[in-house]
Design a binder for this molecule. Structure first.
Ligand SMILES: *Cc1c(COP(=O)(O)O)cnc(C)c1O
Length: 476
């Protein structure tokens, strides 16, 4: 018999393992079936290892593997992470964190019954939209408002209700892909309208739109090309010009604003981001934007515009398929109220992050550096840039101060402790596997952490993760 066969044969059985005290603990911590499943998985791993030429594991290490597997299986799949990337509206990391007040509102509404679709005064059926209509009218100056599950749904609903079977004119410079498969031409196709492209990638004039209008035209569509810039020899048509043209021909103007920012970005050293208020003032019939980009609220699609047009959308059969749920509505209402109270900057996390001062950021990172130094870990302050993300404000950055861990710092640490040094990539992997995973930025030979997007209450957890991942890694 070969050594490999010998080792495979001497592996304990599932029942052997189950009868140990650790095996019994696995059952207590889960169920008999689950304990058997993780022990089988640990044994399968051991067999694979033996075949790959490593030594057969001890009973203890098999049980330990099973325990780790059980912990992994019992952990929620969807869980909080620490965003140290410096990308504020980070789509992969869940976009906008909600304000404390918005979370409380969700809890209040979702832990019991609510007046979601009940008019308390009349004692009869009400509309879920009624809860945010007045707020959105006041904030944007629009006649009416409607909310959907997300902005992609808002665009689909708008085009379906206003232009099904008819033509929609759009500039070639605005036929964009937003990411995650949202391509403007595809959404238009899905809504059953016919796309009429005008102009060129870099230049579209009002005359191009005028020439394309036919008796089949229903809508002139403007899309904010959120995530890219066309620079150089460019020309585009203002929304005001489009609205004037459309209304002369009895057509509608719809705008997909993408991010939908209610505040003036230029106050924060950023480029101006078009606001729904401006679009409404320019004469748009319908404007839609996201709830969880620069608005800083929950995932939602917000539609504002003319009363009669909004009413057509509200009656469309798709409305039922794309409607917003009560938890989102509660969070959205509360987020909008922050704007009405002029407290967006202090209460909405996205805006708090955007408005951090350089001094505040330096102070936090210096604190991190000091705490890590006390653990024997050398890191540095480094200037860098945070970005807005979420397909908003491309090319726009905010100056920040980063915590930098260099490859050479790791090597020195390894040498001082007499261990082999590890790579930054390994540290990054460990950080991602930490119970509250830490997502850093890696740039050439540096691991970088941006304090701008790390919630203040996560600071201690971040330091603990860094310490454990760097030191344990070096011991390994
Ligand atoms: C982000 C974006 C969308 C999609 O919005 P979601 O809320 O993610 O559905 C649509 N259009 C534009 C221009 C965008 O930037």
């Amino acid at each position: 018999m070969t050594l490999e066969q010998n080792q495979l044969r001497s592996l304990p059985s599932v029942n052997d393992l189950l009868s140990t005290s650790q095996g019994q603990s696995l059952i207590l911590a889960s169920s008999h079936e689950m304990a058997v499943a993780v022990l089988r998985a640990a044994l399968a791993q051991a067999r694979a290892d033996i075949r790959a030429g490593t030594h057969g594991p001890t009973k203890e290490s098999l049980l330990l593997t099973a325990e780790i597997l059980l912990q992994q299986r019992q952990q929620p799949r969807l869980r909080p992470v620490i965003n140290a990337t410096g990308v504020i509206v980070n789509t992969n990391l869940g976009r906008a964190p909600l304000s404390t007040e918005a979370l409380l509102a969700v809890q209040r509404v979702a832990s019991g019954y609510s007046n979601l679709e009940y008019a308390l005064e009349q004692g009869e059926r009400g509309s879920r939209n009624a809860h945010i209509t007045d707020l959105l009218r006041e904030l944007t100056g629009a006649e009416a408002a409607l909310v959907t599950n997300n902005n992609a749904a808002a665009v689909l609903l708008g085009l379906s209700a206003l232009a099904q079977g008819r033509e929609v004119i759009i500039s070639r410079g605005q036929l964009v892909e937003i990411g995650g498969g949202f391509r403007v031409p595809d959404v238009m196709l899905q809504s059953g309208c016919q796309l009429v492209e005008v102009g060129t990638t870099n230049r579209t004039r009002i005359a191009d739109y005028t020439a394309a209008i036919s008796e089949r035209t229903a809508v002139l569509l403007a899309v904010h090309p959120s995530n890219f810039l066309i620079t150089g020899f460019t020309e585009s048509t203002s929304l005001k010009e489009l609205a004037t043209l459309a209304h002369q021909h009895n057509l509608l103007v719809m705008e997909d604003l993408g991010s939908g920012c209610l505040l003036d970005c230029s106050r924060y050293g950023l480029a101006h981001e078009p606001t729904p208020q401006e679009s409404i003032a320019a004469g748009a019939d319908l404007v839609c934007f996201s709830g969880d980009k620069l608005l800083g609220g929950p995932q939602a699609g917000i539609i504002v515009g003319k009363q009669e047009i909004i009413a057509r959308l509200a009656k469309h059969p798709l409305m039922r398929a794309v409607r917003i749920d009560k938890m989102t509505l509660a969070a959205l209402e509360t987020t909008l109220r922050h704007y009405l109270r002029n407290e967006a900057e202090s209460h909405i996390p996205v805006w708090r992050m955007i408005s951090y001062t350089s001094e505040q950021l330096v102070r936090r990172v210096s604190g991190w550096v000091t705490q890590l130094r006390e653990q024997g870990i050398t890191t540095h302050l480094q200037s860098g840039e945070s970005t807005i993300g979420g397909g908003s404000l491309p090319d726009e950055t905010l100056p920040t101060t980063l915590l930098a861990l260099a490859e050479s710092d790791l090597a020195a640490l390894g040498k001082a402790k007499g261990h082999r040094s590890t790579s930054l990539a390994e540290i990054a992997t460990r950080l991602r596997q930490w119970p509250t995973p830490v997502i850093p930025r890696i740039s050439r030979d540096m691991l970088l952490l941006d304090p701008r997007t790390v919630l203040v209450e996560q600071d201690q957890e971040l330091i603990r993760a860094m310490k454990e991942c760097i030191i344990t890694q070096n011991l390994g």
